[in-house]
Ligand binder design. Structure first.
Ligand code: SF4
Length: 254
């Protein structure tokens, strides 16, 4: 099932960061060495039951974490940020994966129309990608995470850059983040992907290794990292949804 939602932003800023620090420390101590399926099972079906969501880009690497999550509980809410700038192939892939994995609660979150559809906003990615990501990703995600105490994501240390030393459990200043496959190697991914015969993103055969919004994604240059085709004209590495530990608001780099 794919539910399209449009976001009006308003959320509760109250949070106790010290408690989150302690909880994160405890979770890492007790659960970070579990196998990934065990970790997901404990997080989804026990500790954060009905209070956890998976945030997925339905990009080139997304299928594996989606599959693992579905194996643990296919009714886990999945948030997809529909920025209105995606490749059509990504939307088709999202729908294909929903059907394949029998996911029952995929929420496609669109930005607020008044913010995203002005002529200035339409082209903001050219001059102010941080502002564009803020409107199309950061604000909609913040709203869609209301009511959740934890979220799962697919960042990996092998991506390098700011992701090189990811912990399995961390927090973003408001809720726990489960970096469930942060420590996976390309070999592990390949083995588990093939074992499940997962379909690849339709842009992979055309040379794309990481796929985000269409205006901000090109094929990587030979010898450069898999994410080198993202925002290639800017120093930007992340869209802003993973700028962490900012109580009172995400730092979107504005
Ligand atoms: S990735 Fe590009 S188009 Fe998408 S929200 Fe960010 S700046 Fe805008």
């Amino acid at each position: 099932m794919n539910t399209d939602l449009t976001i009006n932003h308003e959320w509760n800023n109250s949070v106790n960061v010290q408690k989150l620090d302690k909880l994160t420390e405890d979770l890492n101590r007790d659960h970070s060495s579990l196998k990934t399926l065990e970790l997901l099972d404990v997080m989804i079906n026990e500790i954060f039951k009905n209070k956890i969501t998976l945030v997925s880009s339905f990009g080139t690497e997304a299928a594996l974490l989606l599959a693992l999550t579905a194996e643990v509980n296919p009714s886990t809410p999945v948030i997809f940020l529909d920025t209105l700038k995606h490749f059509p192939e990504t939307l088709e892939y999202r729908d294909k994966m929903i059907e394949r994995l029998k996911l029952t609660d995929v929420r496609s979150i669109k930005p607020e129309p008044s913010a995203a559809k002005s002529s200035e906003a339409e082209k903001m990615w050219e001059t102010n990608p941080d502002g564009c990501c803020y409107i199309r990703k950061v604000l909609p995600l913040e709203e869609s995470l209301l009511g959740f105490e934890a979220w799962i994501n697919g960042r990996k240390r092998l991506h390098g850059g700011l992701r090189s030393d990811l912990d399995i459990l961390e927090h973003d200043g408001r809720r726990i983040k489960v970096n469930a496959i942060a420590n996976w190697t390309p070999y592990m991914i390949d083995v588990e992907w093939k074992k499940r015969d997962l379909p690849e993103h339709p842009l992979i055969p055309f040379g794309y290794t990481s796929v985000g919004c269409q205006p901000c994604t090109v094929k990587p240059n030979p010898g450069e990292g898999p994410r080198s085709g993202r925002w290639e004209k800017f120093s930007k590495q992340e869209c802003g949804i993973h700028n962490d530990k900012k109580p009172g608001g995400y730092d979107a780099g504005l």
